[in-house]
Each structure stands twice: as C-alpha cells, then as structure tokens.
Design a protein around this ligand. Structure first.
Ligand SMILES: [Zn+2]
Length: 368
C-alpha cells in the first residue's frame, strides 16, 4: 500500500471468564476454551520451521494445525508459491472446517499475470455481510521478499477467526445457518491477490485483486449488501505504531475494538500490552487527514463502511527484505487473533456474551 500526506484524494467479557487462562496455567479443565485449545498450535512461530521457501511445490500442501508457517514463502501472483497458498487456503475451508463455507473463486488475467481472489462465505442467504479481508500476494522486489506482516500474518489471523466461528457455531444450540439467518447477517472472509505493484505503485499498477472483486460484487449485487468491510494489513510486528480511526462511518466499530483491546490489556498483563487504538486519533477530520491507498479503496469508492486496520507510521520493516518471519512478534500476533475473534463475533451477533459463554462451556464439557 502507499501512504500520502497530505492528499486531495476524494475519494470475550468474556475474556474475564473464558479467556483468562490464555497464556496462563490451565490446571482447571473448565478454563479450557477455544484459544487455549488452538491459539498456540495455530499461530506459533516455531523456530525450527523458520526457513524461507523461495521455491515451493504446488502439490505438497501442508495440512498441519499451524496456519501461519505455510505463508512463509514468496507468493508472487501466478507463481508456484501463490498456487500453493491458494490450494492451502481452499483445502482448509473445505476439509479442516466443518461449517458450510461457500467458496467464491475470482480469477482473471491482467498484464500477463493470473490473479486469483478467494472469498469464503457463511450465511449465504443473508441480506447483509461483514467482510474481513487481507491480501496474500507478496512483492516481486526485493527478491525473496516474504511479507511477514504484509500480509502473511493477517491472512493466518483470518483463517484463525474462521476456525473460531466454525467452532462457535458447532457448539451453539442451533446450527450455523439458523444463527446467521436469525440475525440476517453473513460473514465473508476474503483473500486478495495482486495488492502489490508489479513494477511501480500507481492507480494502474496496484490492488489488482480488490478492484476486480469490487466490480464483480457490484455486478452481482453483493456490494450493496456489505455493511462493514474490515481490512487487515501490516499486523504482527513488535512496532508500537497506533492504528487511528480513518473513517467516521466506522468510528463506532473502531471504538468497539478499542474497548476490546482495553479489556484484553487489563486481563493479560503478561503480554506486551501496546495500545494500538486511541479514540482521540480521528484521522478523518480535515486537519488530521491521512489517506492510505490499499485494498479498501474500491470499496470506499462504492460507499461501503470501511474499517482499515493498518498502523501508522508503517512498521520499519515495511517493504524491505526484513519483513520476514524472523521479525514477527509472537505476542502481538496472538493478541490480534484474540481481539479480532471477539470483535467479529460481537459484530455479527450483537452482544454475544451469553451465547458465547454457553457455547464454550458446552465445548469444554465435550473436550473433557
Ligand atoms: Zn505491501
């Protein structure tokens, strides 16, 4: 993505009861919960697996519990690394998750590259959707660029959130379709291809995937059903840059995330509790305006409510060879996973505390 200043561009409290064992001893089986069960294995940066894979086979798909390490490879559009990741993601939703995720494959050719967006939907009959998105492609230059924060980690977190929603619905009293139908809201998880420029960032050389999917969704009527579009980018480093509130239309969503983060920080003091959100940082006001070009732009242009989760200033490894898995921060990755699962659930279900508690206590019972 590109940042411009200034610009004329117009266009779980349950943490308390359920999550308190995260990062702590779990001697009481009642504290076993989703994050206790899955967070470490899903998003750990295992040192022995830290080698970078420049060349990868598109057939040998890792299907282990770790969702992050498979992204530790170059993912240039059309390359074998890109095909590998596409297959890995598709296989995950098809075989590792049990809810009826509907897959949408948006593939197209531009500038001699084949780009492929992947979108997965829960609640296909809903009249509105919350969309969570990140890009999975990596920059061509510098050679060997991995993009640990840009956007391997955001993609793995999206997969973790999907697993959480899967688990939540499976352990709810009614099935997933009934839950979503009752609220008349669905969830779409989107993995964009071609966010990065092929040569030099500009309006005609960037965000290939999001521009294409936006057009497709305008044509098939999905766009007008998107009630909230959340874009994750540059997350997972130890940098302490804040994420301001970029859009007035989603300032209430921003404040919800801020509340969830405050709750997390008060409960999990063992984490490096950087504050990412600050409700005073209103960057949509004229005197304080900032515009970042990223995959949300085609959606902003179509009047979609956008919540852009990207820190400023950008982390110092941004677009350098140092944006690799060695420079990811384990605590921050886990923190993002925890607060964004809660945010997703609250955004979909309103105040889910009761349901959430009962869902996880029933899962605790079955896991004992
Ligand atoms: Zn980038």
């Amino acid at each position: 993505m590109l940042m411009m200043f200034p610009t004329v561009y117009a266009p779980l409290l349950i943490f308390l009861s359920v999550l308190r064992a995260v990062g702590a001893e779990t001697t009481d089986p009642l504290y076993l919960n989703f994050h206790n069960l899955y967070l470490d294995e899903s998003l750990s940066l295992t040192p022995q697996n830290m080698t970078c894979h420049k060349n990868s086979s598109s057939t040998d798909i890792s299907n282990g519990p770790n969702l992050l390490l498979p992204f530790n490879r170059t993912r240039i559009p059309s390359s074998s690394g890109s095909i590998y990741i596409q297959n890995y993601i598709k296989k995950y939703y098809k075989t590792n998750l049990t809810s009826p995720w509907n897959v949408e494959i948006d593939s197209f050719v531009e500038k001699n590259h084949t780009f492929t967006n992947l979108a997965f939907t829960l609640g296909g009959a809903a009249s509105q959707y919350i969309v969570l998105a990140a890009h999975y492609d990596s920059k061509i230059e510098p050679e060997g660029f991995i993009g640990g924060i840009d956007s391997a980690t955001p993609c793995a977190i999206l997969m973790y959130i999907s697993k959480f929603m899967d688990h939540f619905y499976l352990n709810s009293s009614s099935n997933i379709d009934a839950n979503l139908a009752n609220k008349d809201i669905g969830l779409k998880i989107v993995f964009f291809d071609g966010e990065e420029a092929l040569k030099q960032w500009g309006p005609n050389d960037s965000i290939y995937g999001s521009k294409h999917l936006a057009k497709r969704w305008i044509n098939n009527g999905v766009m007008e059903k998107v009630s909230l579009f959340v874009l994750l980018d540059l997350l997972g480093s130890a940098d302490k840059s804040i994420i301001p509130s970029y859009f007035s239309s989603t300032n209430s969503n921003y404040r919800l995330l801020n509340d969830i983060e405050n709750e997390f920080n008060s409960q999990f003091k063992s984490y490096n509790n950087t504050k990412y959100f600050n409700p005073q940082e209103l960057r949509f006001q004229n005197f304080n305006r900032i515009v970042i070009e990223d995959d949300h732009i085609p959606f902003v242009e179509n009047d979609v409510n956008v919540l852009h989760l990207i820190p400023v200033p950008f982390p110092k490894v941004w677009h350098t060879i140092d944006d690799n898995f060695h420079n990811l921060d384990q605590d921050n990755i886990k923190k993002w996973a925890i607060i964004l699962t809660k945010f997703t659930l609250e955004s979909l279900m309103g105040n889910p505390d009761q349901t959430y508690n009962s869902a996880f206590s029933s899962s605790n019972n079955t896991s004992e």
